[in-house]
Design a protein around this ligand. Sequence first.
Ligand SMILES: Cc1ncc(COP(=O)(O)O)c(C=O)c1O
Length: 381
Amino acid sequence: MTPAGLARYETTLAGLERKGRRRELMAQGGVDFSSNDYLAFAGSTRLAAAVTAALQRGTPVGAGGSRLLRGNHPEHVALEDEAAAFFGAERVLYFGSGYAANAALFSTLPQRGDIIVYDALVHASAHEGIQASRAQAVAAAHNDVEAFARAIEQWRNDGGIGHPWIAVESLYSMDGDRAPVPELAALAERHDGFLVIDEAHATGVYGPGGRGFAAGLENRANVIVLHTCGKALGVSGALLGASAVLCDYLVNRARGFIYSTAPSPLMAAAVREALRMLVDEPQRRTDFDTLRAFANAELAAKIGVEGSGSQILPVLIGDNGRAVRIAARMREEGFDIRAIRPPTVPEGTARLRIAITLNVDSQTITRTFTRLAAIMAEEKP
Ligand SMILES: Cc1ncc(COP(=O)(O)O)c(C=O)c1O
């Protein structure tokens, strides 16, 4: 390799540095204001015990192959059956990650001649699948049901003959606001279309028993719901709920499902336990609701920023450098707050993304927001 072969990568990294957009891996540390471990399941003794018990009954660490070959372990199957019953879906498929599930579903299910109308703020993993799809795709203004409707009508007027696909998150990962799910479901019905709802940040914490905002819609043939397991469930992977025929189609056609080693059966056992914890430990959700409401009120009181209402509290900074400086100073003082910059969020909207989890208590929230207000005032725009 000539030095020039690597120099181009260094040039790009230097460019990112100049724009305040270079990222680096940082050691974990400080009070948790940046994980998605909303119910503090990840470090729970119950999940650890479930994995130990699974090991003791002979569950292998590795699946040893893809699901279609030797890797289809009874733990995967039991998880999928239990998750289907829990969420009220006809069938559920377990993927190794939410990213893989979104990439698989959008690249596989919408067909040539269909249109995907996606919310302007959907996650990178949905974009990954949409880019690979044979269907055409268009963005709709964030949470604007009329914009979704207009895009579908325009496509029909232009001769679109397939089915429309509406792609949204029920709770947006960087803004913490909710999608108008019932209105979008009605729109999908009206246009003989499909609705894909990514519940990544809602699963476990919202809806009846933590079933998410799409609870009650999951048995519809035209609704596909993604429950990621790495956030409130504290484990990893993703449960995709859909009609049996769509799941069967994915098993036959989704390259990311077919040509990939199955997730660890131990992880499937842990996800099964996480679902049982949602049922057995409702107090966690009650505590979470109280803490979330408290954090929203404190954000307004101490920082003068209106909260999203949810556990994801964006504090808009705008300038990349200032966002990075404020976050770094907070971390120096032991508060793990991260700056989120473009391209993860739109240009000019760099922000601190404060996530509220049961890993913190109310006094810590007050202390943190008080310090944040002072540091924000010192770090002038
Ligand atoms: C909305 C949304 N969808 C999908 C994903 C991907 O899920 P996973 O972390 O399991 O790959 C994330 C995680 O960042 C997310 O926020």
